[in-house]
Ligand binder design. Structure first.
Ligand SMILES: N[C@@H](CCC(=O)N[C@@H](CS)C(=O)NCC(=O)O)C(=O)O
Length: 186
């Protein structure tokens, strides 16, 4: 893990996820991954809570400077929001207004959040994305989200055209080993 935390990784098969196995349900009643199991017991569930657990009990992930801390967590939350809309789009789901019956476009929603992320990066990249030359948790969250957009939605969304500073930030990230393209082993 980037924060230098030692852990054993256990990947679940699709059979264990759809539907969730009894074992997964016993750890997370929502039947979702990721789940973090500390050595001494109760499983920590939901990725933002896992980050908070690491920050509280293992190693700081978020800036202790109040405004930078809030901004960083906002970026992380916006990254998760974009992922929610992107997964909806991939699954063919759209939210319908209970008032007008109109359907919201996931692409428009993603564009709006990306504009917010882009302006934060434009104004505060140094404080929000780099901590003594290391990428911060917020930077990892944004980069993972942008990579997912490239992977699933590149034909629907040309985010680089409207978000120059964000595109420049992401280029730096693409050099990281974890973002290199892989090939399935035959
Ligand atoms: N809010 C949850 C979402 C987790 C989530 O959707 N996990 C997916 C895999 S990335 C999953 O477990 N899907 C199984 C299912 O939907 O049954 C989090 O951030 O941890």
């Amino acid at each position: 893990m980037n924060a230098g935390v030692e852990f054993d990784w256990r990947a679940l098969s699709l059979q264990e996820l759809f539907p969730p196995s009894e074992e997964l349900q016993s750890k997370n009643p929502m039947g979702l991954v990721p789940v973090l199991e500390p050595d001494d017991g109760l499983a920590v569930i939901d990725s933002p809570e896992i980050l908070n657990y690491i920050d509280d009990w293992i190693t700081p992930l978020w800036s202790r400077e109040r405004l930078t801390g809030i901004r960083s967590r906002r970026l992380s939350a916006m990254s998760q929001g974009i992922m929610t809309y992107a997964v909806r789009e991939f699954q063919g789901l759209r939210v319908t207004s209970p008032l007008s019956g109109e359907t919201e476009s996931n692409i428009v929603l993603i564009g709006r959040v990306l504009a917010g992320v882009n302006s934060e990066i434009q104004n505060n990249a140094a404080a929000l994305c780099f901590d003594e030359n290391n990428f911060t948790q917020a930077a990892w969250d944004i980069a993972a989200t942008l990579d997912y957009l490239d992977f699933r939605m590149s034909s629907l969304l040309d985010w680089r055209g409207k978000c120059g500073p964000l595109a420049a930030f992401f280029e730096k990230f693409k050099a990281e080993r974890i973002f290199q393209d892989t090939r399935p082993v035959s």
